[in-house]
Design a protein around this ligand. Structure first.
Ligand code: HEC
Ligand code: HEC
Ligand code: HEC
Ligand code: HEC
Ligand code: HEC
Length: 181
């Protein structure tokens, strides 16, 4: 009898330690690992300067967000539209003008990237009233863009299950085949 009680206690302690360890690892990941996805870019482009200080709307540059699966990154032509006249003496803008002259796309490094077997579409989310910032964080305050969300299955499902209660609007799907096409 006593052995069973002691065995049970040891098991309980193990379970508590396991749960604590899980939360510890998770909070470290969320605090330090996930947000640190912020690769070096070929040009020091600042969202704070463009979308924040100068209030250029997200959709002015990410023109596909309401129309397609991807949001798309703007072409050099979009940059040139303003920078043929703005800050042309700056070394970073000279780089932009160099790409324009050579008719080469700027080789931006992807910050967000889901595995190919996941079906995700911007159009449906953005048109349902989910704001860019709910998934991408306060982009307009970022000098260098970084990923703030884990983009894992738990993250998608948490919003699909619970956002409706928090903010109203439509509920996202929970059936496996909706995301695993
Ligand atoms: C003047 C044009 C411009 C505006 C305005 C702009 N962006 Fe961007 N955005 C870019 C460029 C260029 C990149 C690629 C370079 C980089 O990652 O910094 C980018 C990258 C991003 C990325 C990361 C893409 C990836 O690789 O995963 C996100 C997310 C993003 N923008 C969201 C936003 C949001 C949200 C807004 C509005 C608050 C916004 N952008 C406004 C030009 C713009
Ligand atoms: C709607 C106009 C507009 C567009 C489009 C635009 N920019 Fe800008 N950009 C600005 C303004 C305004 C500033 C701030 C200029 C200042 O500080 O006086 C700026 C500043 C910059 C700077 C900082 C320059 C420096 O040395 O201070 C960089 C780099 C830059 N832009 C890159 C880009 C790139 C790359 C694109 C295309 C993806 C782009 N911009 C598209 C208006 C624009
Ligand atoms: C429901 C969450 C969600 C919302 C809302 C959202 N995004 Fe995204 N965004 C993502 C995910 C997830 C990815 C990665 C997609 C992939 O790798 O296939 C991504 C990728 C991107 C990219 C990288 C290039 C691309 O198109 O795949 C840009 C740029 C971007 N988002 C901009 C925006 C802008 C601008 C808005 C608002 C108009 C927005 N996003 C709204 C989740 C979201
Ligand atoms: C911040 C909230 C939020 C996040 C995060 C989110 N979604 Fe959604 N999602 C929604 C909402 C709201 C809808 C319902 C849209 C509608 O019914 O018009 C939806 C709908 C969908 C749909 C059905 C639309 C269609 O075109 O079939 C798919 C698939 C989907 N989401 C995939 C994903 C995936 C994959 C992720 C994670 C990478 C994700 N979502 C993250 C809010 C979110
Ligand atoms: C709302 C979208 C969504 C739904 C619904 C969904 N998944 Fe996922 N699932 C994802 C995403 C996003 C990933 C990719 C995580 C990553 O980056 O590795 C994933 C990954 C997985 C993986 C790979 C292992 C892992 O954790 O990375 C398995 C297995 C899986 N899902 C099974 C399921 C099953 C079974 C269901 C139905 C009960 C389901 N999924 C429903 C979005 C979804």
């Amino acid at each position: 009898m006593r052995k069973v009680v002691i065995g049970g206690l040891i098991l309980l302690v193990f379970i508590v330690i396991a749960i604590l360890a899980f939360y510890l690892v998770n909070s470290v990941l969320y605090a330090y690992v996930y947000p640190s996805r912020s690769p070096e870019q070929p040009i020091a482009f600042s969202h704070k300067l463009h979308a924040g200080d100068n209030e250029i709307p997200c959709l002015f540059c990410h023109i596909y967000a309401t129309k397609s699966r991807v949001s798309g990154v703007p072409s050099v032509q979009r940059c040139y539209g303003c920078h043929k006249a703005i800050k042309t003496k700056s070394p970073e803008i000279k780089k932009v003008l160099g790409y324009w002259k050579e008719k080469k796309p700027i080789p931006w490094v992807k910050v967000h990237d889901l595995p190919d077997y996941i079906y995700f579409t911007h159009k449906r989310h953005v048109n349902a009233g989910v704001r860019c910032q709910e998934c991408h964080g306060p982009v307009e305050t970022m000098d260098k863009i970084r990923r703030v969300a884990p983009l894992g299955m738990g993250w998608c499902l948490d919003c699909h299950r619970n956002r409706h209660e928090r903010k109203g609007g439509p509920k996202g799907p929970e059936d496996c085949w909706e995301c695993h096409a």
